[in-house]
Structures are given as structure tokens and as C-alpha cells.
Design a binder for this molecule. Structure first.
Ligand code: UD2
Ligand code: MN
Length: 478
């Protein structure tokens, strides 16, 4: 009896081993229906090479399928004598040399690796828009996502090709399992492209990435966890730096958050000292007044309810302020998660053209953000960016209606509760002027031009702030 059982186990084991070998052999064969250049290249090289295509299996899942990465990269490389920075504003030669993947240092705090996440985290749709991205950076972005994320959390990767010169990039990349590519019929800019990608997404959580990123170890789980716990949170990773010269992967500081000046220029700034002192756990989220814009996770229902993006913004810029103000002022929050790290190639110039010009486009977009969300404080924006005065920015009626519908807080609320560190220009000057006169004032509203004091107009605009300087109950109406 015992012998029969032993034989049965032996037979089953042999069958299982043979079956596994057959499965792997089958799986590593390119499908005959492939009409890609990778497919035709394989045909030229014969069956042997077809079978030697590397098969990357993560958790039992072949992440790149039969996509021929080598052919994809080698058919478009820098030609001898060409300036490696010209087309992409980073060193293309170095990027190409790295190929489709590489090992990067886990830049997280060591305590991050012991974090635990819910076993039932929901999957996400990754949205990557691109306009004339280099093949090597784009492929590394996609591959890093597929290789460094639990497969069950990646519902799909939606590429939106924003009318790049070569439609082949989009077509070829669609051969990678889970990757879909939508191609715009004309240049739309990253804002409308992201809205298109988000609308096509089938998962309930959206993850936006730039097209020249490399995600790091366990980057995704902390972000999905936070959004799962509270769908009104919009979360970003710490954005590590990929050198535009030698493509070294460099850890960014974990003490930074997003900020801006009144000209609506984004900057990284130190976390305020009180908050820093209060942080005894380096894995805790960092509240941020604004996000850099390119890399974040957001619940799809919340993205839609809050009005996606302002689709009258063109090409690049300003949408991160508009989204950040909207999220905070309309009931959500923004945070940076130190246990999530994503590398990004920061550049010094735009490698692509702006049909309306770079400056005018930035002004149009930021002006829309200021006009819709900054209430009376938009005056400081115009003071800091005088060239914006009188420039066309289109109708904002829809966005104002959205703001009313969502019953959002005022910009003053945002400044007081989210970004009290943002200095009000000339506030000190106005204060000292009033103090000298021994007066105590209250604001009569920003449209009120009837102040009887002969202080310069720009200072008058700041009067509604003056209550901050006077202890409550001690002011008198003028
Ligand atoms: C930062 C953001 C970027 C965006 C921008 C403000 C990060 C890491 N990056 O600028 O995502 O929020 O600030 O608008 O936070 N693209 C298109 N169509 C275009 C132009 C660009 O699809 O017409 C793509 C481009 O290929 C890239 C992405 O949009 O994938 C962002 O463009 P970028 O990398 O030039 O912007 P960046 O990183 O300087
Ligand atoms: Mn970028």
C-alpha cells in the first residue's frame, strides 16, 4: 500500500516537472501573430534566438511578455557626432548605455522596510503622458513599474502619446503586457493628456508618472495604503534625482515639502522647524502645501469629483498649483510619503516646443489658477509677475462654477491653515506704516478702494490681513 502511494507521488512529481518545463518553453516563444519590428527582427535571427529572449518573471508573472526590448532600443540611438543633450535636454548617450533596466539603491529610511500594508490593497492604473520622450528613459519608467510593484497592484499602464513625431513608440510599447497606449491626434499638452489617460483608466486609483522616472523598492504600497484609508488624500513619493548628465540615482532629502512664491514658482523647501521637531517617526507622511505635480496617487472618484484638471491649461505648467489649491480648499489633503521613492530626471530646460511660447503658456496657466483659486490674494501674484497683467487666459466660468458647487474654502483659509509660512508681501511695511500712525484697522474687503489713508495702493490691498497683527478685540472700525 505504502509502495503504491510512493510510486504515485513519484509519477506526479515527474509529471509536474515536465509540465513546468513545457510551460516555460511555451511561454518563452514569441507569438506568431506579432507584427512588430521586434517580431520581424526575431524572424531574421531564427528560432534559437526567439527562445533566448529573456523572460522576466515576477511572482509568477512574465512582466515584459515577448516584447523585444533590445530591438526597441537599438533601432533609435544617438548617431556618432550628435550632441547627446540636444533632443531631450539630458545625456541621451548615458541613458541609452543603461538600457532598459538597472539596479538602483534603496534610498528609503531603514525603518520603511518593516512597514506593513493591508493584504487587500486595491490595484491602480498608472498614467504616463509623453511627448517625444527618449526610448530608453520611457522603457525604464515602464519596466521599473512592472518589476518593482506587486503585479496584482498594477491594473494597467496607460501611456498617452502626446503627438510625438514617431508614432511607432506608442505602437510598439503596447505589446508589453498590461500596457495600453493612446495617441493624441494633435498636441494637447500634459494636462489634457492626463485627463484623457485618467478617463480611460479602469482601476479605482490613479497613479501619475512622468515619462523619465525609475520607481524604487516598494514605492507603490505606501501610497495606495494612504489613499485606501482616506480617499481624499492625494499622495506623492519623495522624488529622488536621476542626474541628467551621468544618470546616477541620487537620494533626495527627506526633509522637504513643496512650496511656492507669489509669482507661482514652485520650490522645494525645508519642513517648518516645529513640524520637524514633532516628527519622531521618519516613516510618517509630510503634509505639503503643493505637490511638484508629476508623480502622485489619487482616488479616481475623488479626481473626477474635484474636476480632474483645468483642461484649458496648455502644454506644461501651473496645473500642480491648481490641483493643489483645489485639493486642500475643497476638503482633501496633500502629503509626501517618505517611504515611497521615485527617481526622476530633472532638467534645466524644456526639450520640446510650446506652440504659444513658453512664457505666455506659463502665464496663461498660472493666471487661470490665480483667478479661480486665489481670491483677493491674486493681487500678490500680479505684483510678483507684472507681465501677466492683460495677457489672455480664456474663460474661467466653468472652473468658478465648479468651485461654487464644491463649496470650497477661501484662499485665506488655505494660507492660514495649510501654508502660514508663506509671507505676505509688504505686510511688514503696511504694519509699520499703520503702527506709526497709532491706528488700528479692519479690512473692508479687497474691492474696497475707499481707504482714507495715503498709503501706497499696494499696501492698501494688504489691509484685510491686518487683523493678524492685532490681538482680537482691540481693533476699532475706521
Ligand atoms: C514638473 C512635473 C511635471 C508637471 C510640471 C508642471 C515632476 C517630477 N514633474 O515638470 O509632471 O507637473 O512640473 O506642469 O513633478 N508632456 C506631454 N506633453 C507636453 C509636454 C510634456 O505629454 O506637451 C509630458 C512629458 O513628456 C513628461 C510630462 O509631461 O512626461 C512632464 O513634463 P516635463 O518632464 O517636461 O516636466 P517637469 O518634470 O519639468
Ligand atoms: Mn519630468
Amino acid at each position: 500500500m505504502r509502495r503504491i502511494r510512493a510510486n504515485a507521488i513519484l509519477i506526479l512529481t515527474v509529471a509536474w516537472i515536465l509540465g513546468t518545463f513545457y510551460y516555460l518553453w511555451q511561454d518563452s516563444r514569441p507569438s506568431s501573430s506579432s507584427s512588430s519590428s521586434s517580431g520581424s527582427q526575431l524572424k531574421n535571427h531564427g528560432r534559437l534566438e526567439e527562445r533566448t529572449l529573456p523572460l522576466i518573471v515576477i511572482d509568477g508573472y512574465p512582466v515584459m511578455g515577448h516584447f523585444d526590448q533590445k530591438a526597441f532600443l537599438s533601432s533609435k540611438q544617438l548617431k556618432a557626432g550628435e550632441d547627446p543633450y540636444r533632443e531631450h535636454a539630458f545625456n541621451l548617450q548615458e541613458s541609452d548605455r543603461l538600457g532598459s533596466e538597472r539596479t538602483i539603491r534603496d534610498t528609503r529610511h531603514y525603518r520603511c522596510s518593516s512597514m506593513t500594508f493591508d493584504p487587500d490593497l486595491p490595484p491602480t492604473s498608472i498614467i504616463i503622458t509623453f511627448h517625444n520622450e527618449a526610448r530608453s528613459t520611457l522603457l525604464r519608467t515602464i519596466k521599473s513599474v512592472l518589476m518593482r510593484s506587486p503585479p496584482h497592484l498594477i491594473q494597467e499602464i496607460i501611456l498617452v502619446d502626446d503627438f510625438s513625431s514617431d508614432p511607432e513608440d506608442c505602437r510598439l510599447l503596447s505589446q508589453i503586457p498590461k500596457v495600453h497606449c493612446l495617441r493624441n491626434e494633435r498636441r494637447e499638452g500634459l494636462i489634457r493628456s492626463r485627463v484623457r489617460g485618467a478617463s480611460a483608466a479602469s482601476a479605482s486609483i490613479l497613479t501619475f508618472l512622468d515619462s523619465h522616472c525609475e520607481v524604487n523598492t516598494d514605492w507603490l504600497q505606501p501610497m495606495i495604503q494612504r489613499v485606501k484609508e482616506d480617499h481624499t488624500r492625494v499622495v506623492s513619493p519623495i522624488i529622488d534625482v536621476i542626474s541628467l548628465d551621468n544618470f546616477a540615482y541620487l537620494a533626495a532629502s527627506a526633509d522637504l515639502r513643496g512650496g511656492f512664491d507669489w509669482s507661482l514658482h514652485f520650490k522645494w523647501e525645508q519642513i517648518p522647524i516645529e513640524q520637524k521637531m514633532a516628527r519622531n517617526d521618519p516613516t510618517q507622511p509630510i503634509r505639503t502645501p503643493v505637490i511638484a505635480g508629476g508623480i502622485f496617487v489619487m482616488d479616481k472618484g475623488w479626481f473626477n469629483r474635484l474636476g480632474q484638471y483645468d483642461t484649458h491649461m496648455d502644454i506644461w505648467g501651473g496645473e500642480n498649483f491648481e490641483l493643489s489649491f483645489r485639493v486642500w480648499m475643497c476638503g482633501g489633503s496633500l502629503e509626501i510619503l517618505p517611504c515611497s521613492r521615485v527617481g526622476h530626471v530633472f532638467r534645466k530646460r524644456h526639450p520640446y516646443d510650446f506652440p504659444e511660447g513658453n512664457a505666455l503658456t506659463y502665464i496663461k496657466n498660472t493666471r487661470r489658477a490665480a483667478e479661480v483659486w486665489m481670491d483677493e490674494y491674486k493681487q500678490y501674484y500680479y505684483a510678483a509677475r507684472p507681465s501677466a497683467q492683460g495677457k489672455a487666459f480664456g474663460s474661467i466660468a466653468d472652473r468658478l462654477a465648479l468651485r461654487r458647487k464644491l463649496n470650497c474654502n477661501s484662499f485665506r483659509w488655505y494660507l492660514e491653515n495649510v501654508y502660514p509660512e508663506l509671507k505676505i508681501p509688504e505686510q511688514d511695511a503696511a504694519y509699520s506704516l499703520l503702527k506709526q500712525g497709532g491706528l488700528c484697522l479692519e479690512s473692508h474687503g479687497t474691492d474696497n478702494n475707499e481707504f482714507a489713508f495715503s498709503i501706497k495702493p499696494s499696501a492698501v490691498l494688504y489691509l484685510h490681513y491686518i487683523h493678524i497683527y492685532f490681538p482680537q478685540g482691540k481693533c476699532h472700525h475706521t
